[in-house]
Design a protein around this ligand. Structure first.
Ligand SMILES: [Fe+2]
Ligand SMILES: [Fe+2]
Length: 322
C-alpha cells in the first residue's frame, strides 16, 4: 500500500518544478497589447453620448459566432472566481504564487480584448452582455457540492482539471475565430488561443510531474477529471443553449473534446504506457480505459444525430427558398 501524500507535501515537492516551468513560460510567452487587436475605426458612440443604441442589424456575427463569443467572454470575465480557487488550491507563496499572479494578469487580457472587440464592432447586444456578466460574476464559478468537497482537499484534481480546461478553451477560442467571418476577430482569437496553449503546458507539465511523484494519486485525479469533465461556464445565462449551439457547429463538440483535448493530454502523460502504478492504480486505469471507450461511442452517436439534424435543416431551408 502506497502512503498518500498530503496536498501541502505535493505542492512543496513540486515547487522547484513550478519555478522551472514559470521561467520557461516567461521565456516563451510574447507580451502583447489588447488595443492592437481591436478595430477602433469601426467604433461609434452609443445613445448616452449622442450616438445610437445597439441594434441587431449592427452585428455582422452569425447566431453561432455570437453564442460562442459570449460564452468564451463570460468564462474569461469570471476570472475573480478562478483566481480565488487557484489561490486556495495551489499556493500563494514562492513560484506558485508568482505563477497565479502572472496567469491571472494574462487571463484578464483575454476578457479585455474580446470585450473591446465586441463593443467596437457592435458584435453583440452590450446591455445583455453586461447583464450576463453581472449575473455570472456575482454567482461565481459554480462547482457542485460534491466537486467543491473534492476540490477543497485535492490539489491534484485542480491541476488536472485546469490542464484539460485550458486546452478546451484554446480549441473553443480558435474555432470561434473561424466562424466570426472577420479576419480581425480571427487574429485576435488566435492570439488568445496561443496564450491558452502556454497555460495548458504549464499545468500539463505540473500534473506530469505529479504523476511521477505520486502515480496512483495523480492517476485517480486525472481519471476523475476526465470522467466528470465539464466546461467552467456552469451558472452562466444560456449556458446550455449556447453550449448546444457550439457543439452543433463544431466550435466545441464531443469529438473535439475527445480527440483534441482528452486523448493528446493522456498520451503526453503516457497514462496507458506507464509501469509505475500499483495494481490498484492499474485497476483505476482499466476503468478509465472503459470510460474512454464509452465516450468514443457517445461521440459517434452525437455525430450521427447532428448529421441528421443538419440535413433536415438544410432540406427545410431549401424548401423555403423555392
Ligand atoms: Fe483565457
Ligand atoms: Fe488560460
Amino acid at each position: 500500500m502506497v502512503r498518500k501524500m498530503s496536498d501541502s507535501a505535493i505542492i512543496a515537492e513540486l515547487e522547484p518544478i513550478a519555478e522551472r516551468n514559470l521561467n520557461r513560460h516567461l521565456s516563451v510567452t510574447t507580451d502583447w497589447n489588447p488595443h492592437d487587436y481591436v478595430p477602433w475605426d469601426r467604433g461609434r458612440n452609443f445613445a448616452m453620448l449622442g450616438g445610437q443604441e445597439w441594434a441587431e442589424e449592427n452585428s455582422q456575427l452569425s447566431a453561432v459566432a455570437k453564442a460562442a463569443m459570449i460564452t468564451n467572454l463570460l468564462t474569461e470575465d469570471n476570472l475573480p472566481s478562478y483566481h480565488r480557487q487557484a489561490g486556495a488550491y495551489f499556493s500563494m507563496d514562492g513560484a506558485w504564487g508568482t505563477w497565479v499572479g502572472r496567469w491571472t494578469a494574462e487571463e484578464n487580457r483575454h476578457g479585455i480584448v474580446i470585450r473591446d472587440y465586441l463593443l467596437v464592432a457592435r458584435g453583440v447586444d452590450p446591455v445583455a452582455l453586461e447583464q450576463a456578466r453581472m449575473e455570472h460574476v456575482t454567482n461565481g464559478f459554480g462547482p457542485t457540492e460534491e466537486e467543491e468537497e473534492q476540490h477543497k482537499t485535492d490539489f491534484l484534481l485542480s491541476i488536472a482539471y485546469v490542464t484539460f480546461q485550458e486546452l478546451a478553451t484554446r480549441v473553443s477560442h480558435r474555432n470561434t475565430g473561424k466562424v466570426c467571418n472577420d479576419p480581425v476577430a480571427d487574429r485576435m482569437l488566435q492570439r488568445v488561443a496561443a496564450d491558452e496553449n502556454l497555460h495548458m503546458m504549464f499545468y500539463r507539465n505540473m500534473c506530469g510531474a505529479a504523476l511521477e511523484l505520486a502515480p496512483d494519486q495523480a492517476l485517480e485525479a486525472v481519471a476523475s477529471v476526465v470522467e466528470n469533465f465539464r466546461m467552467p461556464g456552469q451558472g452562466m445565462p444560456n449556458f446550455r443553449r449556447n453550449g448546444v449551439l457550439m457543439a452543433k457547429h463544431g466550435i466545441y463538440d464531443p469529438r473535439q473534446h475527445l480527440d483534441e483535448v482528452v486523448k493528446p493530454v493522456l498520451r503526453k502523460w503516457r497514462i496507458f504506457e506507464r509501469d509505475d502504478f500499483t495494481s490498484q492504480g492499474e485497476q483505476r486505469r482499466e476503468q478509465l480505459a472503459e470510460f474512454l471507450e464509452g465516450l468514443g461511442r457517445q461521440v459517434i452517436k452525437f455525430e450521427e444525430q447532428r448529421d441528421r439534424l443538419l440535413a433536415r435543416e438544410a432540406k427545410k431551408a431549401e424548401a423555403q427558398a423555392v
